[in-house]
Ligand binder design. Structure first.
Ligand SMILES: Nc1ncnc2c1ncn2[C@@H]1O[C@H](COP(=O)(O)OP(=O)(O)OP(=O)(O)O)[C@@H](O)[C@H]1O
Ligand code: SF4
Ligand SMILES: [Mg+2]
Length: 388
């Protein structure tokens, strides 16, 4: 079963009025670039996260998607305060995470857990499953006696679908999917409220991806968890997310509930990402138009001025795009877009043009530029964003 065939999107499950468990406000995380052996001079910065606003409601799954290097992992780490923000704030359950110290910070950390892309490298190969699971419980005072801990460990294994005999085994004795289940059990062991899942299935075989996604959904339902799911693959986030934020070069360029984003993408970058996902119906696939982005993602150490997408945008205009950074603004119904020309593009008043690219049909033949906005663009670069 592919991820595409996993149950319906959970859109609408969480009311828009639900209060946020996590609020990220104008978050910036810049890494200094150092040079010199004797004097460590800062010669520039990597603007990995550069002004992100988002809110994740209680019980919701927020999907964060974007190309490799756009700052997704850094944002996730910033939320958990595994990296210090340069500016902006992270509020968890109404409390500014940066203000916490010592015991308070430790208690807050228990409530936010992370699941990593590569379970093998995130699990210590010298620790048995029992020791991996008990470690976090012990650190947070949840190891309350031999018998109750043993009961809890068995309960954890049951809940992630691992055999009870797993406790004495080591990570290398499991398959990739099972190892990710251990990673999930480790996160659950400390009874968190929020789980940041960074590419939780991208290291797994497609057949196993759906099982792990389903498991995450079941656990959310049982335990009332809130998820921030990070992926470069839109197909993965679509089926698990209530809402989706699309990230480009350190900031969010579009945000909407999952169905709306897929049905009515309003930002040129989102349109390009969506057009890169193959459609299962071969007739639709043959006729479908694609926008393939020219060139690679610009360096986050030297991001383009104005709209950061202007170097690759088929709708780029001579005014504003190169000089004025668009803010993420509400277009109605919780749909937010950071593009100066979103309304004009939607209404067809602005048409796409070539970005030093050859126009081809999805089948490969050269075509005229059609009137529709979903024009086919192909270049040597490719978007670097995977379909399913
Ligand atoms: N500790 C660090 N020091 C310097 N630069 C860093 C550091 N961590 C990340 N970066 C840079 O910040 C940018 C964003 O990286 P990040 O890992 O957050 O991207 P990502 O969207 O998670 O990418 P991927 O999909 O490949 O995981 C990259 O250019 C990366 O090289
Ligand atoms: S602001 Fe301009 S360059 Fe940026 S996405 Fe919109 S049209 Fe494209
Ligand atoms: Mg990453």
């Amino acid at each position: 079963m592919s991820v595409e065939s996993v149950g319906a999107a959970s859109t609408g499950a969480v009311p828009a009025s639900a209060e946020p468990l996590l609020s990220v406000e104008d978050l910036k995380i810049h890494f200094p670039i150092k040079q010199g052996i004797v004097f460590d001079r800062t010669v520039g910065h990597v603007y990995a996260v550069d002004g992100v606003d988002l809110a994740v409601r209680r019980g919701e799954t927020y999907g964060l998607v974007g190309e490799s290097g756009c700052g997704k992992t850094t944002l996730g780490r910033g939320v958990l305060r595994l990296v210090e923000p340069t500016d902006g704030s992270v509020l968890f359950d109404g409390v500014d995470v940066a203000s916490l110290r010592g015991e308070e910070l430790r208690r807050m950390r228990r409530r936010m857990q992370m699941i990593f892309q590569d379970p093998l490298s995130s699990l210590d190969p010298r620790q048995s499953v029992e020791s991996i699971l008990v470690e976090g419980m012990r650190a947070h005072g949840l190891d309350r006696g031999r018998e109750s801990t043993r009961q809890r460990l068995l309960e954890l294994l049951d809940s992630v679908g691992l055999p009870r005999t797993s406790l004495r085994k080591y990570p290398h004795e499991f398959s990739g999917g099972q190892r990710q289940r251990i990673g999930i059990a480790r996160a659950l062991a400390v009874e968190p409220d929020l789980i940041v899942a960074d590419e939780p299935v991208s290291a797994l075989d497609v057949s196993v991806q759906a099982q792990v996604i389903n498991l995450l959904e079941e656990l959310q339902e049982q335990l009332g968890l809130t998820y921030l799911v990070i992926a470069h693959d839109l197909a993965v986030v679509r089926h698990i997310s209530d809402r989706i934020g699309v990230m480009y070069l350190g900031s969010i360029v579009e945000e909407a509930d999952s169905d709306t984003l897929y049905r009515e993408p309003r930002h040129p970058y989102t349109r390009a990402l969506l057009s890169a996902i193959p459609v299962p119906d071969p007739r639709v696939e043959d006729e479908r138009e694609q926008i393939l982005l020219t060139g690679d993602l610009p360096s986050p150490a030297n991001p383009p001025a104005g709209c950061r997408f202007h170097t690759r945008c088929p709708w780029r205009q001579p005014e504003r795009c190169d000089t004025e950074r668009p803010v993420l603004r509400e277009l109605g119904g919780g749909h937010r877009v950071a593009c100066h020309w979103a309304e004009d593009i939607e209404a067809g008043r602005i048409r796409p043009h070539e970005v030093e690219a050859e126009l081809v049909s999805a089948g490969g033949g050269v075509v005229e530029v059609p009137d529709s906005v979903a024009t086919t663009f192909r270049s040597g670069g490719g978007s670097g964003v995977a379909g399913p």
